[in-house]
Design a binder for this molecule. Structure first.
Ligand code: PLP
Length: 230
């Protein structure tokens, strides 16, 4: 069932890409497996899927321990500084960096592990008050402040749009993030890195891809609705 859902979403992504002149291989479908059992992840793993997104450090850690070590784990949820050390040795990409202090902690923990950790800057492009993330206006100065950290690699931007009935009404959120990424060169350790744009969830990924997403984070449409009641 999960694999069927994955293939259906992948097919829709490919269709949108072809329609809008984008290459399907330029859009990564990231299954978001938070709150879901490892058996569901294994079903996708056995079909060749290697990238998975999680929101909670404890859960990410225990799933990493239980599952094959070649899975590329993406941390997409809000991250507390005191928990960075638990994921620093293995995390593939942290999508949710929005303070200098958090970037500094990731840099320090990465150095301890003798590695560089790729990160995305979380931008609250929709300007929602309840959301984490920098404003678009604050982002260039923020990049300037964290650029000198040697053990993080700034790879691009992430945003979560507000949930709305009609995703057309939030197209501007994705468009603003795309514009920001065009206006920003992410030079880091003298490497000019390609910009990643992590945007689009089950409800709005079609629009996000039309506006330039390179990673879409899909939970519900692959794994079904989440149950937080127990
Ligand atoms: C849960 C979550 C997702 C997946 O959301 P769905 O609507 O279930 O596809 C994507 N991104 C973030 C940051 C999330 O927390």
């Amino acid at each position: 069932m999960v694999l069927e859902n994955y293939r259906k979403v992948r097919g829709e992504i490919d269709d949108v890409c072809l329609k809008y002149g984008r290459k399907p291989e330029d859009v990564l479908l990231l299954p978001v497996s938070k709150t879901k059992p490892v058996e569901m992840i294994r079903e996708l793993y056995d079909a060749g899927v290697r990238d998975f997104g999680e929101n909670y450090v404890q859960e990410l850690r225990s799933k990493h321990e239980e599952l094959p070590k070649d899975i590329r784990w993406h941390m997409i949820g809000h991250l507390q500084r005191n928990k960075v050390k638990y994921i620093a040795p293995f995390v593939h990409l942290i999508h949710s960096v929005d303070t200098v202090e958090l970037a500094a902690t990731i840099d320090k923990e990465a150095a301890k592990c003798g590695r560089t950790i790729p990160i995305l800057i979380e931008v609250n492009a929709g300007g929602e008050e309840s959301k984490f993330g920098l404003t678009v206006a604050d982002t260039p100065a923020f990049l300037g402040e964290i650029r000198s950290f040697k053990n993080i690699e700034i790879r691009g931007f992430m945003t979560s749009a507000p949930y709305v009935e009609d995703p057309e009404t939030i197209r501007f959120v994705f468009r603003d993030l795309y514009k920001l990424s065009l206006d920003t060169t992410l030079k880091n350790n003298n490497n000019d890195l390609g910009n990643i744009l992590s945007m689009g969830m089950s409800n709005d990924y079609h629009v996000a891809i039309e506006e330039g997403a390179t990673i879409v984070r899909i939970g519900t449409d692959i794994f079904g609705a989440r149950d937080y009641s127990h």
